[in-house]
Design a protein around this ligand. Structure first.
Ligand code: ATP
Length: 360
C-alpha cells in the first residue's frame, strides 16, 4: 500500500487544457473520490496516475517513488473501468488468474489467491463460467476481482458502477465500501454520481473545467461548500438558489423579504444595495406551522410523494425562482396552493455573484 501524491499535474491536448495544476495527496489506505461534471478531467487524472496518460507537466509519486516516465505495468496499480473488459473466451477463474500467470506466479499460489479474491466478492460459485453467462453485476465483480488478486498498492476505479441498474448499483456500492474497509488499499474512484461520492469517500475532490474546486470530507463539502459550483453539484435535489438584493439587514427576493443572519450583516453592509445569490438546501426549508412566523410565500407546482416524505416543487409567485423542499409524507396539498415557508437561516449560504465564492 502507498500514498499517491500529485504535484502541479497538468495535461494539455493540442490547445485544450484537460487538467490544470492539480495537487493533492491521498494518504496510504484512504478512499478518495474525484467528482465533477462530464469533461472536468476526472478520467485524465486517473489515467495519468495509472500511466495510461502522460502529464504535460508536474510530478506524480506513488509511495516515495517518482512515477513520471515509469510504464503502467511497473506502477503496481490496478484499474477498473466502467466497461468490464473481461476476456470473453476465458472462464472467470482464468480471467482472475491471467495477470498472475503473466507474472509467472506458481499455479498453487494462483489458485489460492483467486479463491481468496472470489470469496471476498462472493463469486466462488461462478469460477467455471464464461463472462457471457454472467449478469452485468457479476461481470463487474469479476473485473474487481481481477484487480484484487494482484494485491496492488493502489486501486483506480473509473465509474465502475455506472453500467449497473439502480438496485445492483446500491448493493455493489455498499460491498465496495466493505471491501475497502477489509483490504485497506489506497483507492481513487472517479464518478459523476454525488451519492457514490458522499457514501464512499474519506475525502472528495470536486473538479470543474480541469481545476480543483474543493477538497474535503463529504460532510464539509456538503455543508461548507467553498463556491456556488460545489454547492449546487452535490445534493439531490440540488441546493435552492435565490437571487437577492441586500438592503440594510434584509434580503429582497423578488417582491418578498428575508432577514439576513446577524453573522453576515457586517460583511454585507459595505455592499448595501448589491445583488447576491442565496443558497438553502431543501431539508432546511419547511412549511410554516400556523403558530410560527413564516419567511416566504410560494406557489405549489408539483407534489412528488416519496413515502416517508413528499418532495414539493414550488415557485415564488410571479417569478421564475424555483424552490424544492420536503413535507411530511402524510401532508395534503394540491398544485396551485399558496404555502408559507420557513427557512432555517443558520444554514443559509451567501455567494458572491461575480466569483461565485461563498461569503462567510
Ligand atoms: P466524463 O465524466 O465525461 O468521462 P471526465 O471528467 O472524465 O469526463 P476527461 O475524460 O478527463 O473528463 O476529459 C477532460 C477534457 O479533456 C475533456 O474536455 C476532453 O474532451 C479532453 N480530452 C480527454 N482525452 C482527450 C484526448 N485524447 N484528446 C483530446 N482531448 C481529450
Amino acid at each position: 500500500m502507498a500514498k499517491v501524491e500529485l504535484q502541479d499535474i497538468s495535461r494539455q491536448f493540442d490547445r485544450a487544457i484537460a487538467v490544470e495544476n492539480i495537487s493533492f495527496t491521498v494518504p496510504d489506505g484512504e478512499f478518495w473520490v474525484l467528482v465533477g461534471p462530464s469533461g472536468c478531467g476526472k478520467s485524465t487524472i486517473l489515467r495519468t496516475i495509472a500511466g495510461l496518460e502522460t502529464a504535460t507537466s508536474g510530478h506524480l509519486y506513488i509511495g516515495e517513488t517518482l512515477m513520471n516516465g515509469v510504464p503502467a505495468r511497473q506502477r503496481d496499480v490496478a484499474m477498473v473501468f466502467q466497461n468490464y473488459a473481461l476476456y470473453p473466451h476465458m472462464t472467470v477463474f482464468e480471467n482472475l488468474a491471467f495477470g498472475l500467470k503473466m507474472r509467472q506466479v506458481e499455479d498453487s499460489a494462483i489458485a489460492q489467491k483467486v479463491e481468496k479474491a472470489a470469496r471476498s466478492l462472493a463469486i466462488e460459485h461462478l469460477l467455471q463460467r464464461k463472462p457471457k453467462q454472467l449478469s452485468g453485476g457479476q461481470q463487474q465483480r469479476v473485473a474487481l476481482g481481477r484487480a484484487i488478486v494482484r494485491e496492488p498498492q493502489v486501486f483506480l476505479l473509473d465509474e465502475p458502477l455506472s453500467n449497473l441498474d439502480a438496485q445492483l448499483r446500491d448493493e455493489t456500492r455498499a460491498e465496495l465500501k466493505q471491501l475497502h474497509t477489509r483490504l485497506g488499499i489506497t483507492t481513487i474512484y472517479v464518478t459523476h454520481d454525488c451519492v457514490e461520492a458522499m457514501t464512499l469517500a474519506d475525502r472528495i475532490v470536486v473538479l470543474n473545467r480541469g481545476r480543483i474546486q474543493q477538497i474535503g470530507s463529504p460532510h464539509a463539502i456538503y455543508n461548507r461548500p467553498k463556491n456556488l459550483m460545489v454547492a449546487t453539484f452535490l445534493g439531490n435535489p440540488p441546493m435552492n438558489i435565490l437571487r437577492a438584493i441586500y438592503i440594510d439587514g434584509t434580503f429582497e427576493i423578488h417582491d418578498q423579504t428575508l432577514p439576513c443572519p446577524l453573522t453576515l450583516r457586517e460583511r454585507l453592509q459595505p455592499k448595501n444595495g448589491q445583488r447576491f445569490d442565496l443558497g438553502i438546501r431543501p431539508e432546511h426549508i419547511r412549511i410554516t406551522p400556523s403558530t410560527e412566523q413564516s419567511h416566504l410565500t410560494v406557489k405549489l407546482d408539483i407534489l412528488e410523494p416519496l413515502g416517508r416524505e413528499t418532495l414539493i416543487r414550488a415557485t415564488l409567485p410571479q417569478s421564475d425562482i424555483l424552490l424544492n423542499f420536503y413535507s411530511d409524507g402524510n401532508w395534503q396539498g394540491s398544485p396551485g396552493d399558496t404555502l408559507s415557508i420557513h427557512l432555517d437561516l443558520d444554514h443559509l449560504l451567501v455567494f458572491d455573484p461575480g466569483s461565485g465564492k461563498t461569503i462567510h
